[in-house]
Design a protein around this ligand. Structure first.
Ligand code: BJW
Ligand code: ZN
Length: 239
């Protein structure tokens, strides 16, 4: 294997597309004619929590039917191959909230936009996991204080968890290789991670079905569905 370590893998909605999870900016990304930018904000939730929860409840029901695909499994295989030697030489940073990486068996990972299965009380701060889909009542309420619950995700204009972001930026700064899989490279600060790694001299490989703003800057651009392209690329590295 000639891969330069440490290895950082950054994933976005495209990796789950072949599992049947709708992407945000693809043709199937619209829900009742709303764009993600109109619903994934604290302002939208404050104005109409039921509407925003209806969107999340629909997505939770869709995701509950989905299972990891060959690209998720490939990342687990890459992790065990790389991290067996040195646990600090691998990190998966996912923007996805669907939980499919965890289901596939990924361990060394940061979920920088949270989880669609977590809920947080906006009144008392309680947080927990609720996997019921559909939820019994929209919006759901807190058992202890009856406050409104919100999804445990990061919306536009909100800060990412400081520890999660720090570990992700550290991994980008120290990476020898970065695999960027199925992301539009439009949403920051996630999109800055490969940019940082490029500036520090990392080898960057992008897997996507189409060009993104990152494409002109990467060392390798692998065109095609991630569930085929990633396992094939990995097979060539370990040959
Ligand atoms: C396939 C495929 C297949 C399909 N195989 N590929 C710097 C510059 C400009 C703006 C900003 C900036 N810094 C911060 C901002 C503001 C903002 C931002 O980035 N705006 C941009 C849109 C311009 N960022 C934020 O607000 C962030 N917070 C923050 O920075 O706090 C401090 C701050 C605040 C305000 C101002 C400045 C600083 C928070 C961002 C949170 C994003 N949250 C969401 C929702 C999460 C919860 C939920 O799921 O509902 O995260 S939005 C949505 O976009 C979601 C995704 O994780 C994220 C990225 O989407 P992704 O993964 O790229 O999906 P798609 O659908 O867009 O793309 C899929 C890709 O896959 C495509 O390329 C396809 O071609 C490809 N594909 N099938 C391979 N089979
Ligand atoms: Zn509460």
């Amino acid at each position: 294997m000639s891969l330069r370590l440490p290895l950082l893998v950054l994933t976005g909605a495209g990796i789950s597309a072949e599992s049947g999870v709708p992407t945000f900016r693809g043709v199937d990304g619209l829900w009742r004619n709303y764009r993600a930018e109109e619903l994934a904000t604290p302002e939208a939730f404050a104005a109409d929590p039921k509407l925003v929860w209806e969107w999340y409840d629909w997505r939770r029901r869709e995701i509950a039917k989905c299972t990891p695909n060959a690209a998720h499994r490939s990342i687990v295989e890459i992790e065990s191959h790389v991290a067996d030697e040195d646990p600090d030489s691998f990190l998966l940073v996912t923007q996805n909230v669907d939980g499919l990486h965890e289901l596939a068996g990924s361990e060394r990972m940061e979920r920088i936009h949270g989880s669609i299965w977590e809920v947080q009380c906006i009144k008392c701060g309680w947080s927990g996991v609720d996997r019921s889909a559909p939820l019994k009542r929209l919006p759901p309420t807190c058992r202890s204080c009856k406050g409104t619950l919100r999804p445990g995700v990061v919306w536009f204009g909100e800060s990412l968890n400081a520890g999660t972001l720090r570990r992700s930026v550290d991994a980008a700064e120290g990476a020898g290789t970065v695999l960027v899989v199925g992301t539009s490279s439009l949403v920051y600060p996630a999109a800055a991670l490969p940019e940082t790694a490029l500036r520090r001299g990392a080898h960057v490989v992008e897997f996507n079905i189409e060009d993104t703003p990152l494409t002109p800057f990467v060392h390798e651009s692998v065109r095609g569905p991630a569930a085929e392209a990633l396992p094939q690329w990995w097979a060539r590295q370990v040959k």
